[in-house]
Design a protein around this ligand. Structure first.
Ligand code: FAD
Length: 380
């Protein structure tokens, strides 16, 4: 019997394998990853500086330990180059492997801005444990870090690096932090709290180039200004890795298109995690991939199970201003209604009495559970 093959050993791949092994201990399982296959929790990457953790300290288990625990073969440092759904085979570093079912859990890749200048090698993305280790090795003590991007990840790194003893400047073309996730007033609270810590902001400005300077680097901004720094993080967004699926002729739009069985346009190829677009939803968070892992494990074990998403709130790890947000789906009718007090901001996105989303800051985050009960599920 050909094995089930999972491509990817991030949270999606490993959580699927764990859930599958609870249902089925015997079916041969092969996991393939381009990285070293260490098991780690990616959200910890943006809390590691305040805790003074190295990449090795964030790793929870080596690939060999995971292979034993999961009764699986794990191929590390192995790049899957192509898949052939009709022949049930894939090519990985010039080996051809056959599978019975294939799961793509290939994650999302950082978007790279095209920047001018001779110091673009000082620009780092931190999207996995290897990136984190590489950045830490290059980070001078008490450095001034410029962060391009004021989204969730840019804000988390700003807060965490500050708490770890580094100076930070956040640069982004948007006029507020976390656009798309927070209404303006809640975003302003986060910005003010980070400001009060000493984080600098250059909002409404895009970086256009990174140049070597006498000390460190100089970032050129689109209005002619510049920002000096020692090192730069790019946190301008992630894009689902869809190349393998696309080249194999599988349906792809924003992510790899799957139905609620997590099945692509070929019945024996599945996708989940950051690379997948599940019934129209691309959600680059842990909660959705955990729901997918549970459902797909049942399906692979012979009991076809559709995934359900309940409310999907996101906790933003900015201790300077705690935030929980459940943004309304794009295009949903309604408007933000705000309550602002000493405890923080409670913003509800409502259409009449129907709650479609919320954003909570400060002590109001305690209301998360009661609001979740009022929210409609993302995928009933
Ligand atoms: P990944 O972890 O990216 O794994 C992809 C895997 O695919 C890797 O093993 C890679 O080697 C492999 N791969 C890709 N292409 C190939 C190929 N061609 N051949 C072989 N292998 C391949 N979410 C939350 O819900 N809460 C948070 O607080 C939170 N914090 C975050 C903080 C940071 C700094 C970041 C970057 C993300 C955060 N997220 C958070 C998002 C969350 O971590 C991700 O949604 C989740 O980890 C994605 O897991 P994944 O397994 O889909 O992808």
């Amino acid at each position: 019997m050909h094995p089930i093959i999972i491509v990817g050993t991030g949270l999606a791949g490993y959580n699927l394998a764990k859930a599958f092994r609870k249902q089925d201990q015997d079916t041969p399982l092969v996991m393939i990853t381009a990285d070293d296959g260490r098991n780690y929790s990616k959200p910890m990457l943006s809390t590691g500086f305040s805790k003074g953790k190295s990449a090795d300290e964030l790793a929870m288990a080596e690939a060999a330990t995971m292979a034993t625990e999961l009764n699986a073969t794990i191929l590390t440092h192995t790049d899957v180059q192509s898949i052939d759904p009709q022949a049930h085979q894939l090519k990985a570093d010039d080996r051809v492997l056959m599978y019975s079912k294939l799961v793509l859990a290939t994650g999302a890749a950082p978007i790279r801005l095209s920047l001018e200048g001779d110091a673009t090698d000082a620009v780092f993305s931190i999207n996995d444990l290897t990136d984190y280790g590489r950045f830490r090795a290059a980070l001078p003590e008490q450095a001034h870090v410029a962060i391009m991007g004021a989204g969730l990840i840019g804000c988390e790194f700003a807060n965490d690096l500050h708490a770890g003893g580094y100076r930070t400047t956040v640069i982004a073309p948007s006029s507020q932090v976390m656009p798309g996730l927070l209404p303006t007033e809640a975003a302003d609270s986060v910005r003010s709290a980070l400001d009060a810590l000493g984080v600098s902001f250059r909002l409404g400005r895009a970086a256009t180039g990174v140049f070597r300077a006498e000390e460190g680097v100089r970032l050129a901004l689109d209005n002619g200004d510049s920002v000096s720094a020692d090192i730069v993080i790019s946190a301008v967004g992630l894009r689902p890795r869809t190349r393998l699926a696309e080249e194999a002729g599988l349906a792809v739009t924003k992510g790899i298109v799957v139905n609620r069985l997590l099945q692509t346009s070929h019945p024996d190829v599945f996708a989940m995690g950051d690379c997948a677009e599940v019934d129209g939803h691309v959600l680059l968070y842990v909660m959705p991939l955990m729901a997918c892992a549970r459902a797909l494990a049942q399906t692979l074990a012979g009991d076809p199970t559709e995934v359900c998403y309940g409310p999907m709130p996101v906790t933003v790890k900015t201790p300077a201003c705690p935030v929980v947000t459940a943004p309304p789906a794009v295009g949903v009718r309604g408007k933000w209604v705000l309550e602002q007090g000493d405890a923080g901001i409670k913003a509800l996105y409502q259409d009449g009495d129907t709650l479609h989303g919320y954003a909570l800051t400060g002590e109001t985050v305690r209301e998360k559970l009661s609001l979740n009960r009022r929210l409609s599920p993302v995928l009933a």
